[in-house]
Ligand binder design. Structure first.
Ligand code: MN
Ligand code: ZN
Length: 500
């Protein structure tokens, strides 16, 4: 089980079970409920803090084993830092910090949802619970033995002691579905490419039907009929046939214009005939991080019964070198009718997206399209692993994405688009070529995609730096991060959903 943490809520008055987790500020102050629960052991916190040089800084922890005067086998004090600095977006990190201290030996945990200046609001307690689950996720399905110091994933009953149990439960219900969506995206990214190839990916996406999502799978024959020559050109070098999966959640009014999310799903990218160097090629199992995010997002939206109509579409292929693989110099005809000269077969993601974007724009005429793709190494050069690159033809959509990014910590940084960059992808033989020069590689990729959105308000997120292999964070220790699920759920909830 990737995530065997069960979260429940309990009133402050119940006796804590198992490991006790409490919060303090940067003056080591504790709240009233917390002080009452600790009783004489409150003094122990002060003494332990002094010997451990624990100052209550945000996200820091103090771990006291077998605390004298307490029933709990362990007391974990999590620093919340300076109270006046705490933002709503910090609570998820506090949950993550607590989870970072827990281990597989802890089967019951009670967290007192209180800061020194008052009890946590239902949303804040829910965020702590979300952070805890996100941080506890571990992908170890293929490890049959554990080495010394390697722990099993946390499998615990976690109780949040809160003031109002019903309100906290209500606040956490949608959050739990969002966490499930993130976990689903992480699972897909972490899975090895011999297990997760296009047909298997499509099968897993089709499990969303259980939640009321309509799932259509386009096979090679269907895509050929539609004229998806750009996507099929990439897929043709693999023995694994490509697929396009269309997922629809209709939680809005019948006939309401949907919003659309599109994901690059290159289940493995060798580069094709323009083959990549061997070093780190194994990371290219994560070249479907955009598609994974779209599936996780569709899960979250459907499970929490989001009140809007949503289309999710993913193009699934494997990019392999083979006797049948496409060559540099080949010219393919995309579904839009525009022709593309292949210069480098490793610039395959944009070819896949070109057909899926066009298909979605034409068939669904969505309010907007957001695509996610582990598209370019150049975005890592520009932004590192802290921000995803954001490209958009629509200022309102771009601003909303930036705000949702700040609120969730899944941050995006806007990059330019402009006709000046088009020159780089002019081809002497076809309507365009699939790569430009080394300079501005993320921008020319976005510029290429823009030719396939048919004027639809659109944003492109280049998540090559954030979807996998990013440094561990307060709420993620997994290689596949599930980046984008929380960001886009927030975008939808904040700006596009009918209010309840
Ligand atoms: Mn590539
Ligand atoms: Zn790729």
């Amino acid at each position: 089980m990737p995530d065997a943490v069960k979260v429940g809520f309990t009133p402050f008055s119940t006796t804590p079970r198992g490991v006790l987790v409490v919060f303090c500020d940067d003056a080591l102050k504790l709240g009233t409920v917390t002080s009452r629960a600790l009783g004489a052991a409150a003094d122990l916190v002060k003494r332990a803090a002094a010997t451990n040089r624990f100052k209550g800084k945000s996200g820091s922890t103090l771990d006291i084993l077998a605390p004298e005067g307490l029933r709990a086998p362990r007391l974990i004090v999590v620093g919340a830092g300076k109270l006046s600095d705490i933002k709503d977006s910090d609570f998820i990190k506090l949950g993550g910090a607590a989870a970072g201290k827990l281990n597989a030996g802890n089967d019951a945990v009670t967290i007192i949802a209180e800061l020194p200046d008052g009890v946590m609001k239902p949303d804040q307690a829910a965020a702590v619970a979300s952070g805890l689950r996100l941080r506890a996720y571990k992908f170890d399905r293929y490890k049959t033995k554990k080495k010394d110091g390697e722990d099993d994933a946390l499998a615990a009953e976690v109780w949040l002691a809160v003031e109002d149990v019903a309100a906290a439960r209500k606040a956490f219900a949608p959050c739990a579905h969002i966490v499930d969506g993130v976990v689903m995206a992480r699972e897909l990214v972490n899975e090895p490419p011999n297990v997760l190839y296009p047909v298997e990916f499509a099968r897993r996406a089709s499990q969303l039907r259980k939640l009321g999502v309509t799932v259509e799978i386009l096979d090679v024959q269907a895509m050929t009929k539609l004229g998806m020559g750009a996507l099929l050109g990439v897929a043709q070098g693999s023995t694994q046939p490509g697929r396009t999966v269309i997922m629809r959640w209709n939680g809005g009014k019948r006939g309401d214009q949907p919003v659309a999310f599109i994901g690059k799903g290159v289940c493995f990218d060798t580069g094709g005939i323009s083959i990549k160097p061997a070093a780190s090629m194994e990371d290219m199992k994560g070249d479907m991080g955009g598609a994974a995010c779209v599936v996780g997002l569709m899960h979250a939206l459907a499970a929490r019964k989001a009140k809007l109509n949503v289309v999710g579409a993913i193009g699934l292929v494997e990019n392999m070198p083979d006797g049948n693989a496409q060559r540099p110099g080949d010219i393919v005809t995309s579904m839009s009718g525009q022709t593309i000269e292949i210069i480098n077969t490793d610039a395959e993601g944009r070819l896949v997206l070109a057909d899926v974007l066009w298909y979605v724009a034409k068939r669904f005429k969505p309010k907007f399209m957001v695509d996610l793709a582990t598209l370019t190494g150049a975005i890592l050069v520009a932004l590192g692993t802290e921000y995803a690159g954001l490209f958009s033809n629509n200022d309102e959509l771009a601003e909303r994405l930036a705000k949702a990014g700040r609120a969730t910590g899944e941050r995006v940084w806007r990059m330019p688009l402009g006709p000046e960059y088009d020159k780089q992808i002019d081809s002497q033989f076809a309507d365009m070529k699939n790569t430009g020069t080394r300079h501005g590689g993320s921008i020319t990729a976005a510029q290429f995609l823009q030719r396939f959105v048919d004027g639809t308000p659109w944003a492109h997120l280049d998540i090559a730096g954030t979807a996998m292999g990013a440094p561990k964070s307060d709420i993620n220790h997994s290689w596949g991060s599930g980046f984008g699920v929380r960001l886009l759920d927030r975008l939808v909830a904040e700006y596009y959903e009918a209010k309840r």
